[in-house]
Design a protein around this ligand. Structure first.
Ligand code: GBH
Length: 454
């Protein structure tokens, strides 16, 4: 496997999934703190109250990163830790935590890649202004972003505004399986629209007030699973293309082309909001890199009849696309029941490269969940090692074929709170005992460390 010399190698986490300390040192609640309290929403009633207690074990965790030879670490900031009410009063102790984390990383030669929003909206903003449904939140987000640029931008050179707008919109406002738990077939498009505008405004602020002096880069991360046509039939090929546009082009086209994909406009009509000319201009080119989270692949076909309520589909919103999704029975499944299909990753990288004219792509998440067991102080997660090998091989091939892929972050650094699945799914390269909170490097962490040494 060949990778360029300056390729960025890292691992990723997010605030609510690892920090714990949910009400420590003045942190305000987020929509996930509230969502976890609703019986039935999270597997076995788990919460992020303690999670990996990274808030208190930060130095230990950075030492483990160093031990692995990571040169980059992607984490997210808990908005309500620094603005307990989402806006207004600043919590200096929250600022201090992230400031110390950044210093600790830099002291260990690890580049911080900071995500501003990984789903944990301050609860106050949900209650007071309906979260992402209200356009005014775009300015509140910009104030939060500004504080982060001011306080951390001297040391942070890579910013990601939003993690996976698709998940926020579809799972949070469409299917209601993630916070804030809304169920609707109009709200996802409105929430997604406001996230895009908030992103564009924050980038504009960074570029006009900070970028020159701080010399950092700013972008957005979107997620996309690959969609392979079920058959060679033209209608299935079109269905797969449509599925990718509803998934990824929804959020990438406005940034690269200044508009939503035509198939979304045609099918959604008035449910798809419109950008003003000013917003369009602000969105165009508003990213310095193409952040991509990629996990799996499905087969797509023209839906003559939608598999109502199928788990395989973009939820109740699949009707908007008329696409049926299925799995090839030969594919191996992870503990999330997501198929392991390394070549899907390469196809997706090419699809992005072709559609958006060879952008600089950074895989900001890729990984898998397995039911890892601690045996005699060791965790042999051989399947995860195979997964990384397979996906990285396809990444290397894509680079050889001309794709401008410049970085890769493994999800995740350690086992953590897997949202609605609670602690039942292990994604980490470090095993976490959630009773003692002790960390143990798995075989995959050692494999990754060896791989990075070559
Ligand atoms: C990421 O999202 C998140 O950023 C991260 O916080 C999370 O811990 C990690 O993934 C693991 O879940 O259910 O078969 O239809 C992942 C986005 C979108 C990827 C939905 C898989 C569903 C496949 N996911 N997709 S299926």
């Amino acid at each position: 496997m060949k990778f360029p010399k300056d390729f960025v190698w890292g691992s990723a986490t997010s605030s609510y999934q690892i920090e714990g300390a949910w009400n420590t040192d003045g942190r305000g609640p987020s929509i996930w703190d509230a969502f976890c309290q609703i019986p039935g929403k999270v597997f076995e009633g788990d919460t992020g109250d303690v999670a990996c207690d990274h808030y208190h074990k930060m130095k230990e965790d950075v030492a483990l990163m160093k031990q692995m030879g990571l040169t980059a670490y992607r984490f997210s900031i808990s908005w309500s830790r620094i603005f307990p009410q989402g806006q207004g009063e600043i919590n200096e102790k929250g600022i201090q935590f992230y400031s110390e984390l950044i210093d600790e990383l830099l002291a260990n030669d690890i580049e911080p890649w900071v995500t501003l929003y990984h789903w944990d909206l301050p609860l106050a903003l949900q209650l007071e202004m309906d979260g992402w449904l209200n356009k005014e939140i775009t300015d509140v987000f910009v104030d939060y972003a500004q504080l982060c640029f001011e306080r951390f931008g001297d040391r942070v050179k890579h910013w990601i505004t939003f993690n996976e707008a698709w998940v926020v919109a579809i799972l949070g406002y469409g299917q209601g399986v993630f916070a804030p738990g809304r169920i609707s077939n109009t709200e996802p498009y409105l929430a997604g629209h406001h996230i895009l505008i908030a992103h564009a405004k924050a980038v504009q602020l960074y570029r006009t007030k900070f970028q020159k002096e701080q010399e950092g880069k700013i972008g957005i991360t979107n997620n996309c699973d690959w969609r392979e046509p079920l058959t060679d039939a033209v209608e299935d090929q079109k269905a797969a293309q449509r599925a990718l546009e509803f998934f990824l082009a929804w959020f990438a086209d406005p940034i690269y082309f200044g508009k939503y994909p035509k198939c979304m406009e045609d099918r959604l009509g008035d449910r798809l909001p419109k950008f003003t000319e000013e917003e369009r201009q602000m969105l165009l080119g508003s990213t310095d890199f193409f952040g991509l989270n990629h996990y799996t692949t499905m087969l797509a076909s023209e839906a003559k009849q939608i598999n109502a309520g199928s788990v395989y589909g973009n939820g109740g919103l699949s009707e908007d696309q008329d696409v049926n999704l299925a799995l090839d029975p030969n594919w191996e499944l992870t503990e999330m029941q997501w198929a392991v299909v390394p070549w899907g990753c390469r196809k997706l990288l090419h699809w992005i490269s072709d559609r958006y004219d060879h952008p600089n792509i950074v895989i900001t998440e890729n990984g898998c969940a397995y039911d890892d067991q601690l045996e005699n102080g060791e965790v042999n997660d051989a399947k995860r090692v195979e997964f990384f090998k397979g996906y990285l091989e396809e990444c290397a091939k894509a680079i050889e074929e001309g794709v401008n892929l410049t970085g890769y972050f493994a999800w995740s650094f350690m086992d953590n709170f897997e949202w609605a699945s609670g602690y039942s799914k292990r994604f980490g390269m470090h095993y976490v005992d959630f009773d003692t909170l002790e960390r143990t490097p798995k075989a995959s962490a050692k494999w990754f460390a060896d791989f990075l040494k070559q």
